[in-house]
Design a protein around this ligand. Structure first.
Ligand SMILES: Nc1ncnc2c1ncn2[C@@H]1O[C@H](COP(=O)(O)OP(=O)(O)OP(=O)(O)O)[C@@H](O)[C@H]1O
Length: 261
């Protein structure tokens, strides 16, 4: 099933309560986008969903089992996590970096199974990296590198995919490519959760939006229900104009509201 659930989830970072009593149920087959202002707790929530942070209270479960208690190898096969602004340390060819996504299956880049080779090829095609296979991953632009790291996560073929700002460094065409890939992955049955700042793209591609503010879930609903002018003013401190266009909702941030929140 791959149903992710956070129940009364509280996470402390240092002395700060970064997540406060978060309740969420995220079903498979959906692309959920987490939005919220800087410091709202989005990355912390994604890391907690991935089982990478132990909660101060409450828990995160995958099909009822606490993720922090899953064996690390099983968790790595089941939950692919793409951190924000990841870097590549070694000058490996792109194909080998993408193939690192097969490590949770016990496959080394130079000894992939047939399924592993297919997964790597699929991921390279999905991230629009054909032609880049032999380039050293350290000699790419920021946006190209971001796509390589996404491809590594896709190559895992994990049924849960958690991605932190996957389109932050991308040009408009690749923003669309990546969101189409994430949506297709969800439509194929995966549970896909992405953190994003671009509200119009989020509205266009997400099945559901989670709006976080100060560590709390302010809304969890369809984009049109979450992206109201009143909600955007309350959570982001902006005056925004929301309109309905053919491709979906368009959110235009018009001005920052003068009052500090
Ligand atoms: N290691 C840490 N120790 C203490 N506080 C931290 C630590 N890491 C993050 N925080 C704080 O926890 C809060 C949530 O951080 P988080 O990175 O989850 O926010 P975010 O919503 O992802 O922000 P952004 O949009 O800027 O990426 C912030 O107030 C941040 O300052």
């Amino acid at each position: 099933m791959m149903r992710l659930a956070a129940t009364s989830l509280c996470v402390d970072l240092g002395r700060r309560r970064a997540l406060d009593a978060v309740d969420l149920i995220l079903g498979p087959g959906r692309l959920t986008v987490i939005v919220g202002p800087n410091g709202a707790g989005k990355t912390t929530l994604l890391r907690a969903l991935a089982g990478l942070i132990a909660p101060a209270a409450g828990h995160v479960t995958l099909d009822g089992a606490p993720v922090v208690r899953m064996r690390a190898s099983e968790r790595a096969r089941t939950i692919a996590y793409l951190p924000q602004g990841g870097s590549v340390a070694w000058p490996l060819p792109v194909t080998n970096v993408v193939a690192l996504g097969r490590l949770p299956h016990g496959e080394q880049p130079d000894s992939l199974s047939a399924a592993g080779r297919e997964a790597v090829a699929d991921a390279i095609a999905a991230a629009d990296l054909k032609g880049f296979e032999d380039r050293p991953a350290t000699e790419l632009s920021g946006g190209e590198r971001a796509r390589v790291l996404l491809a590594r996560a896709l190559a895992t073929k994990a049924p849960v995919l958690l991605v932190d700002e996957p389109v932050a460094a991308l040009d408009p065409r690749h923003e669309l490519t990546v969101l189409q890939v994430l949506r297709a992955h969800a439509k194929a049955g995966a549970n896909v959760v992405a953190v994003m700042h671009n509200l119009t793209l989020a509205a266009r591609f997400a099945d559901a939006i989670v709006l976080l503010d100060q560590g709390r879930v302010q809304a969890h609903a369809a984009p049109a229900e979450v992206f109201t002018e009143a909600q955007l003013a309350a959570s982001f401190g902006i005056r925004a104009h929301v309109s309905h266009a053919e491709g979906g909702l368009v959110v235009v941030a018009e001005s920052a509201l003068p009052e500090p929140r």
